[in-house]
Design a protein around this ligand. Structure first.
Ligand code: VGL
Ligand code: ZN
Length: 210
């Protein structure tokens, strides 16, 4: 059993990211049983939930004439325009009902500011606004963060990189993630994570080691 200094961060296991969802990730549903098995090996689990107001700036529908998956430039930089997804309090924003993590202590909701996206569970896309997660984890004595969830190349990768920057040891559990893979984003995410010192492990190896 992983102890008090290690946390499993479960990113965005929500219906809109499941196959058939508004921003469906191929085979995204396959990770749910893997995460359930992993979570039983951690005493400390934190969940994230993408949680946008309907007028969110990341939605193509809020930019007249633009279509999903195009890029645009916002005040804080480049932004992918996404299909409308994870609108606060909708069914698509709900966590998958088969996610079985009764001992999860905290759900961090992100992307709630109308004018700023947040792939990262730690720092919003303006690269300034903190979600408070790093402070929380430090306060409760966490030094190592294991990540799983959706999507590998967006919310998982950005969270992993920010966790590294915040001074945590970071490992991504490869087979407990699935990717969107837009224009090479998955290869780039793994490169960026490797360069930052983010580790990779499989769920079997992790569970055997603990
Ligand atoms: C995500 C795109 C937009 C994710 C969230 O969870 O990876 N991707 N919002
Ligand atoms: Zn989002």
């Amino acid at each position: 059993m992983k102890g008090a200094d290690e946390v499993l961060l479960v990113v965005d296991v929500q219906y809109d990211f499941m196959p058939g969802g508004a921003l469906g990730v191929a085979r995204g549903d396959e990770i749910v049983p893997v995460i359930n098995r992993l979570a039983r090996g951690f005493s400390h689990v934190v969940l994230t939930q993408d949680w946008h107001p309907r007028g969110h700036i990341s939605f193509a529908a809020n930019h007249p004439g633009r279509t999903p998956f195009e890029m645009t430039t916002l005040a804080y930089g480049e932004q992918v325009l996404w299909p409308t997804h994870c609108v606060q309090d909708t069914e698509g924003a709900a966590l998958h009902r088969d996610l079985d993590v009764p001992h999860a202590r905290l759900v961090i909701r992100k992307g709630h500011h109308a004018n700023v996206d947040s792939y990262s569970a730690f720092i919003e896309a303006d690269r300034k606004t903190s979600t408070g997660l790093a402070g929380y984890l430090r306060d409760v004595g966490v030094s190592r963060v294991y990540l799983c969830g959706l999507a590998t190349d967006y919310c998982v990768a950005w969270s992993a990189l920010d966790a590294r920057n915040a001074g945590f040891e970071v490992t991504v559990i490869e087979d407990a993630c699935r990717a969107i893979d837009l224009d090479g984003s998955l290869a780039k995410a793994w490169e960026d994570m490797a360069a930052a010192g983010v580790g990779r492990i499989g769920s079997d190896a992790l569970l055997q080691a603990s």
